[in-house]
Design a protein around this ligand. Structure first.
Ligand SMILES: NC(=O)C1=CN([C@@H]2O[C@H](COP(=O)(O)OP(=O)(O)OC[C@H]3O[C@@H](n4cnc5c(N)ncnc54)[C@H](OP(=O)(O)O)[C@@H]3O)[C@@H](O)[C@H]2O)[C@@H](O)CC1
Ligand SMILES: [K+]
Length: 551
């Protein structure tokens, strides 16, 4: 797991390194600029020969300071470099001013406006060092125009000009992945999608990636992402080992890496109880999945199949008596029980059920609400760890749209809500829609988890999982892991079943870790199957995936 650092955390690490005497601000800036130049040449080896032409756009802060270092280093290896500055040089912070002065010993600086930028010859490379972690408001129109590749009509093939962003494409908020917009900049108020787009082919960031590289628009705008070590020490690394609950103050990326090593096999084994233990089927958990009425059982069967494939010892579908024959025609290894309206749940799901999955295809109804509340009331004892896991998805969430508080009053630490954006909005309207033009998805889900008193997983290409204490994980299907074909009917039901199955075993890790791994496996199964995937394919891809991942 890689830690994602907010702007404040990054500034803290920088200050601490300087205070310890590990490096001066100027050293860090030099290493940052050097790292960007090395990343450029590694990405495009054809540029190593020199004699190329670069435009470097510098802003009024230290991101601009990095730009002056990059300009100088490219000039030193024979490039023709034209620098544009959006600021009064006298107002630059000290380290940036020092690098401005070094550049000016043998160079010049032009204003960062369209007239001067586009008057010059076509560059091979554009370096965007206008704003980094210090972005505090929407980018002024005159700068947005210069950064927008669609506006570069005076040059031949503008989309082929290589574009490198220093820390981020300027305008991207690195805490949220959102581009702040406003009316003054000629954009629709409240819209997260700006009228102009500053996209990069390569983004080079320092020490650790930031949430905004992975959330919302980040992956679309950054191109490929390279993290450069600038000597801040190990301070920012995720302190919790893989398989442990997250640190409340921190945000981590769900991925099978720890301290730079690929640890996929141990990640899977630490979360899934089954591979490590001998035992019979009840040792590996019993998942109960609730199905809806006649003709509506498909979603629950998909969830049940995923739970069984993910290693649960037994899986039972519980349905109304009217849907018994329909489900019986479709299920073999998965068991089936009918639950009459006034029948106690314990008659079909005894104390050995370790994990419940409710929602897919259940229908938005009072009956669904009653079943959710009955399941949540089933507590094993005074210790949370002995409570059965409860995964609430789809209709189990929408059924509480009129009164979310009645749900939150009963959720417990072994409960996870797995909404998509629409379901999230029904439960947390104030953390959705326009509120999200200011609030990062991570903070929205953290607040939701705190309010709900349980885990919340908000689905998307940037899935966010948070617990009530503030621990948060981003799982990103981006940077080469894009799976647009996973946006298919039933895929969410499979994810709910995966979580229920992975968390069911007594030997499995925490529910939080099961949710992280489920999000990862869900995307990996879709990647492994490829385009043409339908939801049924996801559980069937798991055995192959487990073998390949070293389980
Ligand atoms: N931290 C580290 O460890 C290291 C950091 N390094 C580098 O420094 C970068 C951070 O530097 P930074 O803090 O100076 O912020 P930066 O992004 O340059 O912008 C701040 C300036 O922009 C201005 N401004 C903001 N928004 C604006 C707008 N819309 N329109 C107009 N102006 C706007 C803002 O004005 P203000 O908000 O104060 O009014 C202020 O003047 C970081 O991304 C990395 O590249 C590396 O050198 C190595 C180590
Ligand atoms: K930038």
């Amino acid at each position: 797991m890689t830690e994602l650092l907010t702007a404040d955390q990054m500034r803290g690490f920088e200050k601490a390194a300087i205070a310890r005497g590990d490096a001066s601000g100027l050293d860090l800036m030099e290493r940052a600029g050097q790292g960007v130049v090395e990343a450029i040449l590694a990405q495009w080896p054809e540029l190593t020969k020199g004699g190329h032409r670069a435009l470097v756009f510098c802003g009024p802060g230290n991101n601009g300071g990095d730009g002056f270092v990059i300009a100088r280093l490219l000039r030193d290896v024979g490039w023709t470099v034209q620098v544009h500055l959006h600021s009064d040089p006298a107002a630059l912070p000290a380290d940036a001013k020092e690098n401005y002065d070094r550049w000016m010993q043998a160079g010049e600086v032009l204003p960062l406006v369209a007239e001067t930028v586009f008057a010059g010859a076509r560059p091979d490379l554009i370096v965007d060092a206008v704003f980094g972690i210090g972005l505090s408001r929407p980018v002024p129109v005159e700068i947005a125009q210069v950064l927008d590749v669609a506006g570069m009509k005076q040059w031949k093939s503008p989309y082929k000009i290589k574009r490198v962003a220093v820390d981020c494409p300027s305008g991207l908020d690195l805490d949220t992945g959102i581009i702040p917009t406003d009316r003054a900049a000629g954009r629709k108020a409240g819209s997260a999608w700006p009228a102009t787009l500053n996209t990069a082919n390569l983004t080079v960031t320092f020490h650790a990636p930031k949430p905004g590289h992975y959330l919302a628009l980040g992956p679309t705008l950054c191109g490929s992402l390279k993290v450069v070590d600038i000597g801040l020490g190990g301070a920012a690394r995720e302190s919790q080992m893989i398989g442990q609950s997250p640190d409340p103050q921190r945000i981590r990326l769900a991925e099978p890496f720890f301290a730079g090593r690929n640890v996929t096999g141990s990640w899977l084994r630490s979360v899934m109880g089954k591979p490590n233990l001998p035992g019979h089927k009840f040792n590996f958990g019993h998942v109960a999945v609730f199905a809806g009425g006649v003709g509506r059982g498909g979603a629950a069967r998909l969830a049940a199949r995923a739970a069984l494939r993910s290693g649960a010892g037994l899986v039972t579908v519980i349905c109304p008596p009217s849907a018994l024959i329909e489900n019986a025609c479709q299920l073999n290894a998965i068991m089936l029980r009918a639950l009459k309206k006034d029948q106690p749940l314990a008659e079909v799901a005894d104390h050995r059920v370790t994990s419940f999955c409710l929602g897919p295809g259940m229908g938005v109804s009072q009956r669904t609400r009653d079943l959710v509340q009955e399941v949540l009331a089933r507590r094993a004892g005074e210790y949370d760890l002995e409570d059965p896991v409860v995964v609430l998805d789809a209709d189990a969430l929408s059924s509480f749209a009129q009164d979310p508080q009645s749900l939150f009053a009963q959720t417990h630490a072994r409960t996870i809500l797995t909404p998509h954006e629409g379901e999230f909005e029904r439960l947390f309207p104030d953390l959705s829609g326009p509120a999200r033009s200011r609030l990062s998805k991570v903070d929205a889900v953290r607040q939701a988890a705190k309010r709900a008193g349980c885990l919340v997983l908000l689905k998307g290409a940037d899935t966010v999982i948070a617990d009530p204490q503030g621990g948060a994980t981003v799982h990103a299907a981006s940077y080469g892991r894009e799976v647009p074909w996973l946006a298919t009917a039933g895929a969410g039901d499979v994810l709910a079943g995966l979580i229920a199955g992975l968390a069911a075993s007594f030997g499995s890790g925490t529910l939080f870790c099961a949710a992280e791994l489920a999000a990862y496996l869900h995307v990996e199964a879709a990647r492994s199957f490829g385009p043409g995937l339908i939801a049924e394919d996801l559980p069937e891809e798991l055995p192959k995936l487990f073998r390949e991942l070293g389980l």
